[in-house]
Design a binder for this molecule. Structure first.
Ligand code: GDP
Ligand code: IMO
Ligand code: MG
Length: 429
């Protein structure tokens, strides 16, 4: 029985939360391994809608949730999310959630620096979520981060804050932003410590035990391959590796334990924030997709940019992300469109490319090359079996499989948990 890693195959918001929630019924443990509260995963369960940013989606199914060392944790955001879902009737306790003691913390100064830098970039801004994700990962790599385990050692916290502030206050002052006071920050952290520490442990040990006992582990990715700091549309990316390989290093388990890699892609394409988007539609069809797909950022509230399915982009994500099967979501949003286009490559300087070029200038200049397929007048919304799908929808899905060079193993036809068609159980490997 394989474990499963779920990762986004476009620019995020593909419906990872819904798919992880659905698959979690077959898993024992759900693990977040990268990103932070920049993620926004929406789960619709009957008349309840859960919007999770940091908490693993499996908690909603009563499964053990683990936040791995690869995640950057804003302790205040974590506690307020626990309180928010608690008010919805979902109790999150140290018995249901474990947090890696080695995970770096996001502090208020990280969000301040994130926003100050974006403001200074002006027109050239990345369009970050402003939550301090980038600066927190920078501190981790620079070896000056404060980590969860440090909260248990108040005696050394003050010195650690000194080192951190030497760096950050210099930058913040240079950007004309307010600086931070060590004593205030220390008080804030000391007050948070007793609330956070009961969740903390070396999660690698628990994962090792679970693996040896044959428990099923579901790794929940955040963001997506095209936002990966190495493989995405750099510099318009997030600051973590979002590919499935990170499930291992971001949780403390060997790569062989990651199991089947399920990529999630929308049946069209969206992007929040700035950066190249070759198949973007700025016309009425783009607006229609946005309206019907309710394409508003879970975290930012910003309207998502919409466009046609880009098979060249997803094929690239399949290759670099190690995707073995694709879950195609939001097929229902395409209902009623007379014809559909699929991006199959790019034209650049007279040449035909089957992949995105690496430089942002070339990515922005790449013209999409399309293939046109017939749409379907019927509704696919809520379809729960392959036989319920109209023939042109089946043809559309089959063509996507050929172009991206991966089988579609799961289809989603509404935000609802059970409106899902399973072609191949990823836990069967
Ligand atoms: P994530 O970040 O990948 O978890 O995705 P988000 O939750 O940010 O965005 C996906 C949105 O699409 C959510 O509002 C989901 O409820 C919704 N959704 C997921 N699957 C489907 C589907 O098959 N059809 C429709 N219409 N909506 C869906
Ligand atoms: P989920 O998990 C979509 C985007 C931001 C910005 C870029 C960098 O819900 O799919 P950051 O704050 O991470 O430094 O911003 O990445 N971004 C996302 N876009 N879905 C997400 O998460 C995202 N997380 C970050 O909009 O363009
Ligand atoms: Mg999202």
């Amino acid at each position: 029985m394989a474990n499963v890693a779920v990762i986004g195959a476009q620019w995020g918001d593909e419906g990872k939360g819904k798919v992880v929630d659905w698959l979690a019924s077959r898993a024992d443990i759900v693990v977040r391994f990268q990103g932070g509260h920049n993620a926004g995963h929406t789960l619709v369960v009957g008349n309840q809608t859960y919007k999770l940013s940091l908490l693993p989606s499996g908690l909603v199914r009563g499964k053990l949730g683990i936040i791995g060392n690869g995640v950057v944790i804003d302790p205040e955001a974590l506690l307020s999310e626990i309180a928010r879902v608690g008010a919805q009737g979902l109790a999150v306790t140290p018995a249901t959630l474990r947090i890696a003691d080695a995970a770096p913390l996001i502090l208020p100064l990280h969000a301040a620096l994130d926003r100050a830098r974006e403001a200074a970039r002006g027109e050239r801004r990345i369009g970050t979520t402003g939550r301090g994700i980038g600066p927190a990962y920078e501190d981790k790599v620079a070896r000056r981060a404060i980590r969860v385990a440090d909260l248990a050692e108040p005696a050394t916290l003050s010195d650690k804050l000194d080192e951190l502030l030497l760096h950050h206050n210099t930058l913040l002052a240079g950007l004309g932003a307010a600086t931070f006071d060590r004593r205030e920050l220390l008080q804030r952290l000391l007050a948070l410590a007793p609330q956070v520490l009961p969740f903390a442990e070396p999660v690698w040990e628990r994962l090792d035990e679970a693996r040896r006992a044959g428990r099923r582990i579901l790794f929940e990715g955040a963001q997506a391959v095209m936002l990966d700091v190495d493989h995405g549309t750099y510099p318009f990316v997030t600051s973590s590796n979002t590919v499935a390989a990170t499930a291992a290093s971001g949780s403390g388990i060997g790569p062989a334990a990651v199991g089947f890699v399920l990529g999630i892609a929308k049946a069209y394409c969206t992007r929040v924030g700035a950066g190249p988007f070759p198949t973007e539609l700025t016309d009425a069809t783009g607006t229609l997709l946005g309206d019907r797909g309710l394409e508003f950022g879970t975290v930012t509230g910003r309207r998502r940019r919409c466009g046609w399915f880009d098979a060249a982009l997803v094929r690239q994500a399949v290759k670099v992300g190690g995707i073995q099967g694709l879950a195609l979501t939001k097929l229902d949003v395409l209902d009623g469109l007379p014809e559909l286009k699929i991006g199959v490559g790019y034209r650049l300087d007279g040449a035909l490319l089957r992949r995105l070029p690496a430089s942002p200038q070339a990515q922005a200049a790449a013209e999409p090359v399309y293939e046109t397929l017939p749409g379907w007048p019927d509704s696919t919304r809520g379809a729960r079996s392959w036989a319920d799908l109209p023939a042109p929808a089946v043809k559309y899905v089959r063509r996507i499989e050929e172009l991206v060079e991966a089988p579609v193993t799961l289809l989603s036809t509404s935000p609802e948990r059970d409106d899902t068609i399973l072609m191949r159980d990823p836990f069967e490997g």
